[in-house]
Design a protein around this ligand. Sequence first.
Ligand code: CMP
Length: 142
Amino acid sequence: AVERTLSIIKPDAVAKNVIGEIYSRFEKEGLKIVAAKMLHLSRAQAEEFYAVHKARPFFNDLVSFMITGPVMAQVLEGENAIAKNREIMGATNPKEAAPGTIRADFAVSIDENAVHGSDGPETAAQEIAFFFKENELCPRTR
Ligand code: CMP
């Protein structure tokens, strides 16, 4: 089925100037960008976005990293978009990411791992709503 998923290009990858290279990978795999914005998250916003990880030992480092610079947030649309985006990203830990994936090619550590992608339909809906209003999404019918 056609799905939508939320993708974030994290501050490390924005700083490396590889937004375009990462977008190319989405496009080559048939994922369409139907919304996008660059923003510098506040600490409160980053804490809210990652609230599900609040109890994890890496939570504070994760939030601190996510506010070190601007991020690029986008909604990707396409057949099986949630799983497809996760395939293109590679494993959370770049040391375990398959060759040719975004994290294998652009990430240095599990903390600074270049991209985020929603992990299921419910989180995708929540995460898209966190960044975008309904009228900021541009469905692709052609
Ligand atoms: P992300 O997909 O954005 O979701 C949570 C982030 O926490 C994850 O990517 C990693 O960058 C970071 N993180 C740091 N340590 C861990 C860990 N041990 N397990 C999972 N995520 C971690």
